[in-house]
Design a protein around this ligand. Structure first.
Ligand code: CA
Length: 228
């Protein structure tokens, strides 16, 4: 299966040029000429990578990236204007996988696409599907399910669940979860962990099966490998 690449770029000539070159290389492509359309396509289509221009009508590229990262870990390469240092920094901060500065050579773009896709394939090998009872989580595909029924999670909810499942049967303190999911430099309330555990429970727990995420009073949270 060729990789599918979404090109979000409002300059028709650039978009067309990139599309032709990518198709020549054997990739499947789709195009969007504004931010909102690009975001919708990214969230509903199955793409392996998005090329995302920063300066876009409607939603700009950084806003598209921010909204995408609430729901998806799809690899993103930002297309930034020369000297737009802030765009690069903000883009990487917000979870872009790489960026390329305009004007770029097609060889450079292809090399970056190959590198990002390779990293994704390596992550797939490194991160096998996690299972705790009926709950499954696939880090490489960024999907989760309970008893085979898909669960839609935001980026942070997913990271929190992944962290709990990778450490199944081991009680995780709020501080440990905070570091793993929000990063060492997180400034804010530690109760953000409790808030997100509540979100997760609303999505996973149901009256029909046992509790999945257990509170260990005074310590933190744990998920049991057996699922109960
Ligand atoms: Ca543009």
């Amino acid at each position: 299966m060729p990789a599918r690449i979404l090109i979000v770029e409002d300059e028709a000539k650039i978009a067309r040029f990139v599309e032709l070159e990518l198709e020549h290389e054997g990739y499947d492509t789709a195009k969007a000429a504004d931010g909102r359309t690009g975001l919708d396509m990214a969230l509903t289509g199955r793409f392996d990578l998005m090329l995302l221009d920063v300066m876009l009508p409607g939603l700009n590229g950084l806003e598209v990236l921010r909204r995408l990262r609430n729901e998806s870990a799809m690899p993103v390469i930002m297309l930034t204007a020369r000297d737009a240092v802030m765009d690069k920094v903000s883009g990487l901060d917000m979870g872009a996988n790489d960026y390329i500065t305009k004007p770029f050579s097609i060889e450079e773009l292809l090399a970056r696409i190959r590198a990002v896709l390779r990293t994704g394939a390596a992550a797939e090998k490194k991160d096998p599907v996690l299972r705790c009872g009926a709950l499954t989580l696939d880090p490489a595909r960024h999907t989760a399910a309970y008893g085979g029924e898909p669960i839609t999670l935001t980026y942070k909810e997913f990271a929190l669940l992944q962290s709990l499942m990778e450490n199944a049967d081991i009680v995780q303190t709020r501080e440990a979860l905070l570091k793993q999911v929000w990063g060492y430099d997180y400034v804010g309330e530690t109760n953000v962990v409790d808030v997100y555990v509540r979100y997760l429970r609303q999505k996973i727990d149901s009256p029909f099966h046992a509790k999945v995420i257990h509170t260990v009073r005074g310590l933190g949270y744990v998920i049991k490998r057996g699922g109960k």
